[in-house]
Design a protein around this ligand. Structure first.
Ligand code: HEC
Ligand code: HEC
Ligand code: HEC
Ligand code: HEC
Length: 451
């Protein structure tokens, strides 16, 4: 076998110097096989870190997989939706995620409905880049399959060579979503496609896995009609793992989305093979970032900066027709409010992003500054320093006219709803107006003499 050649072809000392010689680890060919699986990264290369403790991220996944690979032979499978939207930033994310999957040695990637938002031309580019098999067998272009329906992988398992068939399909329920961006594509119902594939896969290999971009219910129907799969990884079931379900000899599994968990399916020792047990590992702080995966993330952020995506955020006119003045412009008349604001977390929200190296990332900056989505709002720390951080006008609205003539241009109430553009559950799960307001409470009469 190729790998053994490499191991025995190098002197022991050289191996030890390379750090790849670990006397305690079982030899490659005697290790048991495990299948690692997950669905729908949805663009979460890493979690945003807005609330603690933060869970998930590809750099942590890299570490988990590296640890597992010391004791097991891995089959690495990903199911659908690397990203969740179209646009340049999602293209950069998708490319980065493909590189990360390559780095971690992924064998197969099935496509989901959001992947198709990137368009077929772009998916072809990603397919070229991906070292594993990009699957989605029931999508046709011009009457021909647009992607492979399955791939065959050989792996050692307890001293034997095990052959695995990995099939990838998408639910026909997503046909409309897929065709909105790609009207030339058609989708054959998954069950119908499997009827076609059955003679080719039913008796192939020792292990058969289906990556299915569809619901648990549909996966169950498949397991009943096509009972020769050992494992079906499904999708669209939320951000946490679901309890595995046994249907005949098939185990239906889902490890949650947003790259928070990794599913691990352990195989029985001997043929006929079966899934012995399934675990879901939550990617907590206990997993350090894998340095190579982290380097790919930093390279992605560098591209976001180099392409200056911050400058291409779509802008709309402000609701009250005023421009932005910046928090400092309020100080002369609202001295006490300004002092209070300066001591709040809002006043260092940009520094937080700088520390996280996300300060040029429009997906983060939008909530950590004043008015990114508006004409005349934040552009960059250099061009609009007065609008960095969450400022007075993040809540009170654009107030340039008010600052020039406060009597004529009143601002009205900010109210608790002004918090909700940013303190959304995904970024501020513990938000409660009463307790949060107490930490930033202000609202003094304007300084006398300013009237
Ligand atoms: C929808 C708005 C929103 C977006 C988008 C957003 N944030 Fe936040 N961020 C918040 C809010 C609100 C808080 C405060 C949460 C709380 O304390 O309840 C916060 C807090 C944080 C904190 C914690 C600060 C601390 O010291 O406690 C970090 C770090 C952070 N954000 C980084 C990011 C990064 C990185 C991104 C982009 C990947 C991002 N944020 C995108 C709204 C957002
Ligand atoms: C030139 C002095 C001055 C400046 C500068 C100024 N304000 Fe005011 N502001 C006032 C006065 C005076 C009032 C009270 C108006 C009234 O009650 O008749 C007021 C009222 C307010 C109110 C209460 C709502 C309202 O319109 O009555 C808010 C909120 C407010 N200011 C926010 C801001 C913000 C934010 C800025 C900076 C962008 C700012 N102000 C700049 C003088 C000023
Ligand atoms: C423009 C987006 C935005 C708006 C609007 C906003 N916040 Fe925030 N808020 C943030 C961000 C970002 C942070 C984290 C700042 C940091 O630490 O970097 C934050 C942090 C906070 C914190 C500190 C949390 C802590 O645990 O220390 C409080 C309190 C808070 N916000 C209250 C409010 C309230 C109350 C409102 C509405 C009246 C509001 N915020 C409106 C973005 C926003
Ligand atoms: C995180 C959101 C937020 C930020 C930032 C903020 N405010 Fe407020 N402010 C409020 C809320 C909410 C109220 C309560 C009254 C209301 O709903 O308008 C208020 C009240 C006020 C009032 C009294 C309004 C009245 O009707 O009596 C003034 C004046 C004011 N803020 C000025 C400022 C100034 C000046 C800054 C910046 C130095 C600032 N605020 C920053 C949310 C904010």
């Amino acid at each position: 076998m190729h790998f053994r050649w490499v191991v025995f072809g190098l002197p022991l000392a050289a191996l030890m110097a390379l750090g790849s010689y670990r006397p305690s680890a079982p030899e490659i060919h005697t290790r048991p096989l495990v299948i690692v699986f997950s669905s729908e990264v949805n663009g979460y290369i890493t979690p945003c870190g807005c609330s603690k403790p933060m869970v998930g991220g590809m750099p942590r996944r890299g570490t988990l997989l590296r640890q597992l690979a010391e004791r097991y032979t891995l089959l690495r499978l990903e199911n659908g939706d690397l990203t969740k939207a179209s646009g340049r930033q999602d293209e950069l994310k998708a490319e980065t995620l493909i590189e990360m999957l390559n780095q971690m040695g992924y064998d197969a990637l099935n496509l989901g409905k959001y992947d198709f938002l990137l368009g077929m031309d772009y998916l072809r580019v990603l397919q070229q880049q991906f070292k594993g098999a990009m699957l989605c067998g029931n999508v046709q272009e011009g009457g021909k399959p647009a992607f492979d329906a399955y791939t065959l992988v050989e792996r050692p398992h307890n001293g034997r060579t095990l052959r695995a068939v990995i099939v990838g399909l998408i639910s026909e329920r997503h046909a409309e979503a897929v065709r909105r961006r790609n009207p030339q594509l058609t989708i054959t119902p998954a069950l119908q496609k499997l009827d076609e594939l059955r003679p080719h896969i039913e008796t192939q290999g020792d292990l058969r896995v289906l990556l299915f971009y569809g619901s648990e219910q549909e996966a169950e129907q498949i397991a009943q009609a096509h009972p020769y799969f050992h494992l079906i990884v499904y999708a669209n079931a939320g951000d946490g793992p679901m309890p595995p379900k046994q249907v005949g000899q098939t185990r239906l599994v889902f490890a949650g989305n947003d790259a928070k968990f990794v599913g691990i399916a352990y195989l029985s020792e001997d043929a006929p093979y079966a899934i012995a047990r399934v675990e879901h590992t939550r990617l907590t702080e206990a997993f350090k970032d894998d340095e190579q995966i982290l380097a790919l993330k930093l390279a992605y952020l560098a591209r976001v900066e180099a392409e200056n995506l911050l400058a291409s955020v779509p802008r709309r006119p402000t609701p009250n027709g005023s421009g932005f003045a910046g928090s400092r412009a309020c100080m002369p008349c609202h001295v006490e409010d300004y002092r209070i604001w300066q001591r709040t977390a809002h006043a260092k929200a940009m520094q937080t992003l700088i520390n996280e190296k996300h300060d040029k990332d429009p997906e983060c900056v939008v909530c950590h500054v004043v008015g990114l989505e508006y004409e005349g709002g934040f552009q960059s720390v250099e061009k609009t320093p007065q609008l960095k951080d969450v400022g007075c006008e993040s809540c009170h609205g654009p107030a340039k006219l008010h600052a020039q003539d406060p009597e004529k241009h009143r601002l009205g109430k900010a109210g608790p709803q002004s918090c909700m553009t940013c303190h959304v559950p995904a970024h501020s799960p513990g938000f409660d107006f009463e307790t949060y307001w107490k930490k930033i409470e202000h609202g003094f009469k304007p300084a006398s003499g300013s009237r």
